[in-house]
Write a protein that binds this ligand. Structure first.
Ligand code: E4P
Length: 218
């Protein structure tokens, strides 16, 4: 399973990269705003800074809602760096944009996926990735992991090459459950990646090993 970090924070991206397990980055307009990155030129520069840190795909989201705008923005975004994947919302215009970009060989990530039907449509339109939002479904008492599993089954049934990118990951159990059902990618915050390495028995075991070593070498 690939690990993407879901942030526009350069320091966190750098830290995840240094951990050695980072395969890419996802961003969205809210994450950009959270870092205080506003205005088209600053946003474009920030995408470039992200691409300079990571080896892997960097999702950059369009903010147009009409097809012509999505195409214009997407074509500008892919000029920034070869790592850019154009992130397109699941709307009627978005589906048309996915089809357009797939015809041009431009990679896409269809975002805001909350149902299997939406994921099927995105795959048929040639999306490179679909992003079902696991955490936001769980927030409304709907099983986000069950949706990941359902989409994987549908894609397997028909041999779709679209990758299932489990998004809106909130905690380590989401990551484990996504891995169990076979999600291609998960995207989450640095805190979730770091939480994966924690176990109290690892900490106490290491403490004892070091104490015993110190006794024998004092
Ligand atoms: C996906 O690419 C989105 O950026 C993201 O995962 C949304 O997560 P949230 O529900 O924590 O905002």
């Amino acid at each position: 399973m690939k690990f993407f970090i879901d942030t526009a924070n350069l320091k966190e991206i750098q830290e995840a990269y240094e951990l050695g397990v980072l395969d890419g980055v996802t961003t969205n307009p809210s994450l950009m705003a959270k870092e205080g990155i506003t205005g088209k030129d600053n946003i474009m520069r920030h995408y470039k800074a992200i691409c300079d840190i990571v080896d892997g795909d960097v999702s950059a989201e369009v903010v147009s809602v009409d097809l012509a705008g999505m195409i214009r923005e997407g074509e500008e975004l892919v000029e920034i760096d070869d790592k850019i994947v154009v992130k397109i919302p699941m709307t009627k215009e978005g589906v048309k944009a996915l089809k357009y970009f797939s015809g041009k060989g431009i990679r896409t990530n269809c975002t805001l996926i909350f149902s299997a039907g939406q994921a099927l449509l995105a795959a048929k339109a040639g999306a490179t990735y679909v992003s079902p939002f696991v955490g936001r479904l769980d927030d409304i008492s709907t099983d986000g992991i069950a949706l990941i599993e359902q989409i994987l089954t549908i894609y397997r049934n028909y041999g779709f090459e679209t990758q299932v990118l489990a998004a809106s990951i909130r905690h380590t159990m989401h990551v484990i459950q996504c891995a169990e059902v076979g999600a291609d990618v998960m995207t989450g915050p640095l805190s979730v990646m770091e939480a994966l390495l924690k176990h109290p028995l690892t900490d106490s075991g290491l403490e004892k090993f070091l104490a015993d070593y110190a006794k024998g070498n004092s």
